[in-house]
Design a protein around this ligand. Structure first.
Ligand SMILES: [Zn+2]
Length: 302
């Protein structure tokens, strides 16, 4: 293998942890490679040269996507002949651009015209990555790849179908977008749910595991560390609740509230998809808090 081998962060038994560019920060992500009798790649957001090396050295027989987001399906297209599976809830959604547009809040926020414009911005690979998925795996049952046992936990919240692969015999869990970053929890698509996000996060803490591998940036935690981080991470939801409540009480309209930059930095809201997620995320908090505010200010002209 060439020098890209440095991107293999760690190997635990037959499971290799493969790094993505920029410490797997979005729009990249970490991948796992099960290098047993069966060769299975979980998520394809890792460095493309490294993935191709792994393919050359060991072969990849199956790609599994934890969910449909582009940072986790990023390099599916590099392995045209390899079968690809996703979770059963998102199989249908991920088959059409319309399905993705709905799930991402594009339709909800901007209607059919917004979807039309958004389609024009999508990279070609993006649709290819999803279009090549032809199968699904089962949640919550033991699946064996060679000797390696995996249970695809159904951990909704980030998306409705997100799966966290759990290796009971190795004490490993791939926590994906429970990434413990300072950005905080992401549930901003229409298929995301704040309460589910919290319950699934708490469930991860009940597993008999001591290696928690995040999909982005932070890396690997012991159970104790992960538990502590989860408190801070989920605490960000409450902080968002408080900020939004305060602004709503001050009488801000939805348009004003979604212009401040509560999830994303204010400047980045010029980017339409980030603005879409800012709006969709704030809607979820308002609903959860039972707050209703006007969409825009009603100017009374006399
Ligand atoms: Zn995601």
């Amino acid at each position: 293998m060439n020098e890209e081998v440095k991107w293999i962060i760690k190997q635990i038994g037959p499971v290799m942890i493969l790094e993505g560019k920029n410490f797997s920060k979005v729009p990249y992500s970490r991948s796992l490679f099960i290098n047993g009798d069966d060769k299975v790649l979980i998520d394809s957001g890792a460095d493309p040269a490294l993935l191709l090396d792994v393919e050359k050295e060991y072969g990849i027989e199956l790609i599994i996507n934890t969910h449909y987001h582009p940072d986790h399906t990023l390099h599916n297209h590099l392995f045209g002949d390899v079968p690809k599976w996703i979770n059963p809830i998102e199989y249908e959604t991920s088959r059409t651009i319309e399905g993705i547009a709905h799930a991402n809040g594009v339709f909800q926020e901007w209607g059919p015209n917004g979807v039309k414009n958004w389609k024009k911005t999508l990279p070609q690979e993006w649709t290819k990555n999803l279009g090549e998925i032809t199968g699904t795996y089962d949640y919550e049952t033991e699946t064996k790849f060679g000797d390696v046992k995996v249970i695809f936990l159904h951990t909704p919240g980030h998306t409705s179908g997100l799966s966290c692969p759990y290796f009971p015999e190795l004490g490993i869990v791939f926590t994906g977008d429970y990434d413990m970053t300072s950005f905080g929890p992401w549930y901003n698509g229409t298929d995301g749910d704040i309460d589910d996000f919290i319950s699934s996060g708490k469930r991860l803490l009940t597993l008999d595991a001591n290696t928690y591998i995040t999909g982005h940036q932070k890396g690997i935690f012991s159970k104790e560390e992960f538990k502590k981080k989860m408190g801070d991470f989920l605490g960000i939801i409450e902080r968002r609740d408080q900020i939004i409540t305060r602004y709503a009480q001050e009488g801000l309209t939805f348009e004003e509230l979604t212009d401040i930059g509560i999830f994303y930095p204010k400047k980045s809201l010029e980017n339409t998809i980030l603005k879409t997620w800012e709006r969709s995320g704030i809607r979820k908090h308002l609903k959860r808090l039972g707050l209703s505010i006007p969409e825009t200010s009603n100017l009374v002209i006399t």
